[in-house]
Design a protein around this ligand. Sequence first.
Ligand code: MLT
Length: 401
Amino acid sequence: MIKANLNFSKLPQRYLFLDIAKRVAAYSEKHPGADIIRMGIGDVTKPLVPAVIEAMHKAVDDCAASDTFHGYGPERGYLWLREAIVKGDYAPLGVKMDADDIFINDGAKSDTGNIGDILAPGTVVGITDPVYPVYVDTNLMRGNVIKYITCSAENGFTGDIPKEKLDVIYLCYPNNPTGAVITRSKLKQWVDYALEAGALIMYDSAYEAFIRNADIPHSVYEIEGARKCAIEFRSFSKTAGFTGVRCGYTVIPQELMVKDESGQPVNLNALWERRQSCKFNGASYISQRGALAVYSEKGRAQTRATIDYYLETARIIRMNMEELGLEPQGGENAPYIWAKTPNGITSWDFFDELLNKAQVVVTPGSGFGPAGEGYFRITSFADRQRTIEAMERIKNMIKLA
Ligand code: MLT
């Protein structure tokens, strides 16, 4: 009999957002016609902006003629997109970046999950809690050792620097799920820790486009020394509405080294190229053309307007949560609002109550880790009027309770 990967038995039975989708589907089946407002998974609702649409139409036309057709692309992604990223995302921050530090992918989720392929199994991984469940689940699948770094209101949801030695640390700022941001000085403490401990930081900055406060870092590479200890993940999903199109990128600086068993240096950029060229055939030409358009003058202005729309929705949610005394966090430089459940009820009980009594879907905090218990997450990606309607329903439900 062939054995399954028994590490899967350590995972929750279902991936968080699939679990929620199934519960909502079961409710819908029992209550046909129920008017459900979905503010659970962080999926965007605004259409792709005109500059992206135009570029993607053109890319489809390219594929219609043999002299402009594109088949397999380069293993790191098209150079024109990687150069646009260097110029558009890193040069304005004063960050040194080379196009060959960058690997285009089909969205940050795949790479944050797959990156462990190039590290030894059994790695000791520090993961901030509460957290995007992909980091925990994928490390459990590999049999890695997980150490939670508790994030709470007391430490601004940025975690205390550990006293113990960790091999890898996952950081996500602006944070999913809490919407917290990290200051430059706190991020420097993490980079200093990693340099001293010989640890590797996995920095997920998928939500950096929501930063409006000029003091908040957009990239881990704004901190000196980070090129020697950090990998960064970015995505066009939330920046430009690519949750369905699929395109993002991973940065592995060419000087980033780990060690082999005999202590000899191993280059991670080369290892990842080896891994990707074997297991991945790239994001489509059409997606990459769409992503390139995000860096055009029109693309920039249009995507920024979309994010401004979501940020205004986030402000409205936050204001309503404040009115209810639920001590909301986030929503100012991030699309997520993190709030306390009323009267200390559990996250899942509140989820069920909201679904059953108000037909509103949020994400229960404990689904993001033990420190999320007693909280829930609301996304600002729903339509504005539907969000306002959801706020009314939540307020009525809580006031009636
Ligand atoms: C979320 O809701 O946390 C995100 O949509 C998940 C993701 O980006 O994969």
